[in-house]
Design a protein around this ligand. Structure first.
Ligand SMILES: OC[C@H]1O[C@H](OC[C@H]2O[C@H](O[C@]3(CO)O[C@H](CO)[C@@H](O)[C@@H]3O)[C@H](O)[C@@H](O)[C@@H]2O)[C@H](O)[C@@H](O)[C@H]1O
Length: 518
């Protein structure tokens, strides 16, 4: 499981000439029947009580639309995915926001519970997972800490330095604060994973994050079982002429641990996913605070637990797959879900689980950094997923997947022709992962250019650069990518190519839309 994605990628660069013979289709649920691909599942978008046990499904019939809408005639060096849903190519000479100080990846701005982004006394603030540059980039997850960056607010992106003008402010937590929630503190590594930061009048900040301990195997071997808990720490922001600093963050409250009932735990699967809390208030349920997070369906790893509903084919669809065959091919190892929890008190220190709002059984194993985004009365559930975590028989690019409904618990409709793809890296789905992709002569691969996207107000999307280039000119990122803009409208989203330069805005641009003067 610790295989480096890039090593997998480049060992997979084998031009096997797997040009799909499938026909190109490009319409949504109402399209004419296509001989190669199924119709997507019908989703009503209907809202359900958040406390109910209705879980929407991202089905295989939905996810097969990803391939259905890819261009089977696109050859090596071409993107087969529609450009409306593809992030424009990032150039190989990208700037570094920390000027070589740290690797930076998952990033979240300072927001309130409605996802408004705040500048504080004239400074914009972003939290990022960071790791020392002496570590290899792929080793970063085990050593991640939450750091922060700040920059002057109100400067247009094209008037800032190329790297966005950020100052690296250091780590958020004093040494030894996190990790204490684990009763057995014999871990070999303690690390901090993603979350969200909510600001309150006066500058109080509630930082929700994933507290993680990695334990050494008894035989000393490399693979380490791990233990993640969703946690809260409270601090204060200080911002003066010189810059930004924090106090507090010297205590951690454990909030949620995977329960094995709705959310898979380590007894069921040592590779389970449980992390990335995103809290929000829902205008439809005043006085309550909810949280979405990444989880897995609570089944025993490898159990044959997918159902015909997870496949989601319309009755009589001749392109439907056989459930037994799907599981014989191993798809039941991919059992992602998106969880929901609700706070039991105003200070947000006590929470309880509700059933998941989305499952992706036999579709993908990871629905990471989920977030709820509200626009025009609609509720969008955005999440990120990797090409490598899709189940056997499903293929899609690294990037953002979106689902639209009419409440936080809805029969969510995957956006864009039922596929769910909102913003993918340039990828040719007709070729194995890692097949060189050359949108311009200076680049050889962009399939892993960006990841861990977060959708900000006005449809702006930030992400970090993972890797650009091929085996001969590979450059790892560890810094934020150019911001892009999505036009979000009903059940469609589209990359706004009039934003920035052909759709690519400033590097690391996370503009505040509100000001806080504590
Ligand atoms: O089971 C333990 C594994 O832990 C590592 O990987 C964790 C995941 O890291 C990424 O997830 C995010 C999104 O970028 O990054 C944060 C951690 O750095 C996390 O909060 C986010 O969800 C990857 O995107 C995801 O695929 C990984 O599973 C490690 O890499 C593995 O080798 C295991 O040890």
């Amino acid at each position: 499981m610790v295989t480096s994605k890039l090593s997998r990628t480049f060992s997979a660069i084998a031009f096997s000439g797997l040009l799909s013979t499938a026909l190109l289709t490009n319409t949504g649920p109402a399209r004419a029947a296509d001989p190669g691909f199924p119709e997507p599942t019908i989703h009503t978008q209907q809202a359900h009580d958040p406390d109910s046990d209705f879980t929407s499904r991202w089905t295989r019939a939905d996810a097969r639309q990803l391939k259905a809408m890819s261009d089977p005639t696109a050859g090596p060096g071409q993107n087969s995915m529609p450009t409306d849903y593809t992030m424009p190519a990032v150039s190989h000479d990208f700037p570094d926001m920390s000027n070589g100080k740290v690797w930076a990846w998952d990033t979240w701005p300072l927001t309130d519970a409605q996802a408004n982004q705040y500048s504080v006394n004239g400074w914009e603030v972003a939290f990022s997972l960071v790791a020392d540059r002496s570590l290899g980039f792929d080793a970063r997850h085990v050593y991640a800490k939450i750091g922060f960056f700040y920059r002057k607010a109100g400067i247009p992106a094209d008037q800032r330095p190329a790297n966005g003008g950020w100052t690296y402010g250091g780590l958020v937590f004093p040494d030894g604060v996190t990790g204490k929630i684990f009763p057995d503190q014999s871990y070999s590594h303690q690390t901090q994973w993603s979350g969200s930061a909510r600001v309150y009048p006066g500058g109080k900040i509630k930082l929700f994050f994933t507290d993680v301990a990695f334990y050494r195997n008894p035989d000393g071997s490399d693979r380490k079982p791990y233990d993640p808990e969703i946690a809260l720490s409270v601090g204060h922001i200080h911002a003066d002429k010189k810059g930004v600093s924090f106090t507090g963050f010297n205590k951690v409250d454990p909030l949620l641990k995977a329960d094995g009932k709705w959310y898979q735990n380590g007894d069921q699967n040592e590779f389970f996913n449980f992390r990335d809390p995103f809290t929000f208030e829902d205008p439809a349920h005043p006085g309550k605070t909810y949280m979405v997070f990444e989880g897995n369906s609570a089944v025993q790893r490898g159990g044959r637990d997918c159902t015909d509903d997870d496949l989601g084919y319309r009755p009589g669809d001749p392109r439907a797959e056989n459930l037994k065959t799907v599981m014989d091919n191993g798809a039941m190892y991919q059992m992602a879900n998106i969880g929901l929890a609700v706070a039991d008190n105003q200070s947000l220190t006590r929470w309880h689980f509700l059933p998941p709002i989305l499952s992706a059984n036999c579709v993908t194993d990871q629905t990471e950094r989920p977030q709820i985004y509200m626009k025009d009365g609609k509720y969008y559930l955005f999440t990120i997923s990797h090409r490598s975590t899709f189940a056997s028989g499903i293929d899609g690019p690294e990037g953002v997947y979106g689902f639209v409904g009419n409440g936080i618990r809805s029969d969510f409709q995957p956006v864009n022709r039922g596929s769910g793809l909102a913003l993918g890296n340039p990828t040719n789905l007709n070729y194995p992962a890692g097949t060189p992709f050359a949108p311009d002569p200076n680049q050889t691969a962009n399939e892993f250019q960006a990841y861990s996207h977060y959708v900000m107000p006005n449809g702006l999307v930030e992400s970090f650069i993972d890797a650009i280039g091929g085996p001969n000119d590979l450059r790892r990122g560890g810094t934020l990518a150019p911001t892009v803009r999505l036009q979000i409208d009903g059940d469609t989203t589209k990359v706004d190519r009039s934003y920035g330069h052909d759709g690519l805005g400033g590097y690391a641009d996370l503009p505040a839309n509100r000001e806080l003067m504590p």
